[in-house]
Design a protein around this ligand. Structure first.
Ligand SMILES: NC(=O)c1ccc[n+]([C@@H]2O[C@H](COP(=O)([O-])OP(=O)(O)OC[C@H]3O[C@@H](n4cnc5c(N)ncnc54)[C@H](O)[C@@H]3O)[C@@H](O)[C@H]2O)c1
Length: 252
């Protein structure tokens, strides 16, 4: 552990840490000196990231309130507190309303909305008595603007933005800062998730050229660095903010 990093000695929990931007956040936080526990339902992926980074891992479903309470309690029992929570676990269903069954809708809401709320509620119960803490949620460009063919995902990310704002107001007096990143198109396994066929390099280049002002996808690290800033004391005057990290997508 680094004792000079931005998060030196801080106890951090990162959901969705087995893949994509969650894994990038785990690497970035460990590099910044944090003591990290990743929480994910993908056991094999969690083991890979834990072995690579030295982070601890807890395997389970963030859509289960009891699991979330237990995971946060376990981190507090081991490390004495939780200083930082990053809610990164998420899923997407790519369809319009007619193609979105009840199970699809519930799955997206369960992970993206319930998961953020259950983990945040469990964390603030420990943070409030200490009078400090920081939470960073993963919203999306599609929490602020609409997109065709992803109605459940758009609804879920709009909810994440509002959980962020409402909880930031509830806990401003408790010394707890709560912010969100709103990434654009990021090169992670989610880009292929829920499609009939994985996009080719040419498909992704075309997507970037036609929709993103900087004409390229983001790398997961480029989002993780903003998460680190928001999580750390460097962002001491920020709470309730939804920070776009989108190559200019929402500047139009
Ligand atoms: N990739 C993008 O372009 C993009 C853009 C904007 C926002 N996001 C958001 O960023 C976050 C990270 O996405 P990513 O692109 O890194 O995706 P990813 O698919 O690479 O990683 C998501 C992780 O969440 C975990 N997860 C899913 N459901 C879970 C559950 N119920 N309990 C525990 N873990 C669960 C998965 O196992 C996986 O490790 C998500 O919230 C996503 O919605 C992604």
């Amino acid at each position: 552990m680094s004792d000079t990093g931005t998060l030196a000695g801080k106890v951090a929990v990162v959901t969705g840490g087995a893949s994509g931007m969650g894994a990038a956040t785990v690497r970035t936080f460990v590099g910044a000196g944090a003591v990290v526990t990743l929480v994910d339902w993908d056991e094999a992926g969690s083991q890979r990231v834990a072995a690579e980074t030295g982070a601890a891992m807890i395997v389970g479903d963030v859509g289960d309130a009891g699991f979330c309470d237990g995971a946060v309690d376990a981190v507090v029992a081991t490390h004495g507190c939780v200083d930082v929570l990053v809610n990164c676990a998420g899923v997407i269903h790519r369809a319009d309303a007619s193609g979105t069954g009840g199970d699809d809708w519930r799955r997206v809401m369960s992970v993206n909305v319930d998961g953020v709320f259950w983990m945040s509620r469990a964390a603030v119960r420990h943070m409030v008595p200490r009078g400090s803490g920081s939470i960073v949620n993963f919203g999306s460009i599609w929490g602020g603007v609409g997109a065709a063919g992803v109605v459940a995902y758009c609804a879920s990310k709009g909810a994440v933005h509002q959980i962020t704002r409402a909880m930031a107001l509830d806990h401003a007096d408790d010394g707890i800062r709560i912010n969100a990143v709103a990434p654009g198109e990021v090169d992670t396994p989610m880009l292929a998730s829920g499609r009939d066929a994985a996009p080719t390099a040419a498909d992704l280049a075309q997507l970037a050229e036609s929709t993103i002002p900087v004409r390229r996808l983001a790398e997961p690290d480029e989002i993780a660095r903003v998460v680190l800033f928001l999580a750390s004391d460097d962002a001491s005057y920020m709470t309730g903010a939804i920070v776009p990290v989108d190559g200019g997508y929402t500047a139009r």
